[in-house]
Design a protein around this ligand. Structure first.
Ligand code: NAG
Ligand code: NAG
Length: 375
């Protein structure tokens, strides 16, 4: 392998003659030698850097992940405040009218002698905004003429994120948007986990029902929130033999394991021989399951699944597979399962399905199905 710099030097010596030549040849040889050394050194540095990068990315990161519960918790829940520094007490600052900020205490699943203050917004239905002046959420829950919808957000979010979603949902429901423990102002330094979150939501459902036993209650879970809502509804059914009226899952998945194995970040590691040992098994051991494909079999209410073909975060195939499992395994008395695959032509991706031109029809049709099913 020749090196560029030595060739250039050898061109330039042709202009020299006599004594100059032998002197400069020596010099050139010396230069050539130095040049080779430099190249060799650069190659070595490059090789070591690549090896180092490889070690960091494919060895240090997976091993740290395997050993660190905080690292796993962070990667599963991405509890970064979004939007940042939200003033939940001033929903007006997000252009929202008719929203009441409130907190509800739940008994901690992990330490049952402690209580966590869970932050939530109650968003009046669009056509009740002007008529209801009450700031008392109990009274609002008692007096609403609309069905109630509990909205559970996904990762990298708090309750001030899904503003576009609320705008649509408020046309049909009184919306209760809840921050899972560890998000927004729900708890300080609390342990974040699927089971803890689901147990909080079980208690909040019971609180809603205790105030207004008559009204139908729906759940809407987006992305990670779909996993939490499926888990919550299974617990409600198993432990308390109650179900809400209907469950809507937006951009959902079959299990955390399936998400990790199919998403872009996961595929960087899924070819490693120790992927199972360093990534999947520690997650399962530490209680990060989100096994919606199993939970959905123990939920006794109609389910509607919405998923866009161009979802780049959670693959469309996972939403489709969840619908398939649900349709194949649930008994008729558990209620029907609807699947709305959204064409990639719309470009709605992971977050924007509520912009679908027929979203109001989807919701109203589902409400009608649920009504017929319950009554
Ligand atoms: C709290 O946990 C203890 C020990 O696990 C158990 O005996 C007790 O019944 C629990 N209390 C409640 C209110 O769940
Ligand atoms: C809210 O209304 C309920 C029912 O009318 C009442 O029992 C409760 O005391 C009220 N809470 C506050 C803080 O005013």
């Amino acid at each position: 392998m020749g090196c560029g710099c030595s060739r250039k030097r050898s061109n330039s010596i042709q202009l020299l003659t006599g004594d100059d030549l032998s002197a400069s040849t020596d010099k050139t040889a010396l230069r050539r030698c130095t040049c080779r050394k430099t190249v060799a050194r650069s190659a070595l540095v490059l090789l070591l850097s690549l090896l180092g990068a490889f070690m960091v990315v494919w060895v240090v990161i997976p091993v740290s992940f395997m050993l660190s519960l905080p690292f796993q918790t962070f990667m599963v829940f991405v509890p970064i405040d979004s939007p940042r520094n939200a003033d939940f007490d001033r929903p007006e600052s997000f252009g929202l009218e008719g929203v009441r900020n409130f907190h509800i205490s739940t008994r901690d699943y992990y330490q049952n002698d402690t209580w966590t203050s869970i932050g939530a917004w109650m968003l009046l239905p669009e056509d009740e905004i002007s008529s209801s002046a009450s700031s008392n959420v109990t009274e609002i829950l008692q007096n609403t003429q609309k069905d109630i919808l509990v909205y559970l957000h996904g990762v990298l979010a708090n309750r001030a994120k899904a503003l576009e979603q609320y705008r649509v949902l408020r046309r049909h429901f009184l919306v209760v948007a809840i921050d899972h423990r560890g998000y927004g102002d729900s708890g300080r330094n609390v342990r974040m986990g699927e089971e803890g979150m689901a147990h909080d939501h079980v208690q909040i459902f019971q609180w809603i029902k205790s105030i207004n036993p008559q009204r139908d209650v729906y759940y809407w879970g987006h992305s990670m929130g779909s996993g939490i809502s499926a888990r919550t509804l299974k617990l409600l059914n198993q432990q308390h033999s109650i179900s809400p009226t209907g469950l809507i899952l937006e951009s959902p998945f079959t299990s955390l394991e399936d998400v990790v194995s199919t998403m872009v970040l996961g595929r960087m590691f899924s070819w490693l021989a120790y992927f199972e040992a360093a990534i999947l098994r520690p997650l399962a051991t530490n209680g990060f399951h989100f096994r919606s494909k199993e939970n959905i079999q123990s939920i006794d209410c109609p389910v509607m699944i919405l998923h866009a073909e161009d979802d780049m975060i959670v693959s469309f195939s996972l939403g489709e597979a969840l619908a398939q499992v649900a349709q194949d395994t649930r008994e008729p008395h558990q209620g029907p399962v609807l699947f709305q695959g959204i064409s990639a032509d719309y470009g709605f991706g992971h977050n924007d399905i509520v912009h679908h031109p027929e979203i109001d029809d989807f919701i109203q049709n589902f409400q009608a199905i649920c009504q017929n099913f319950t009554h």
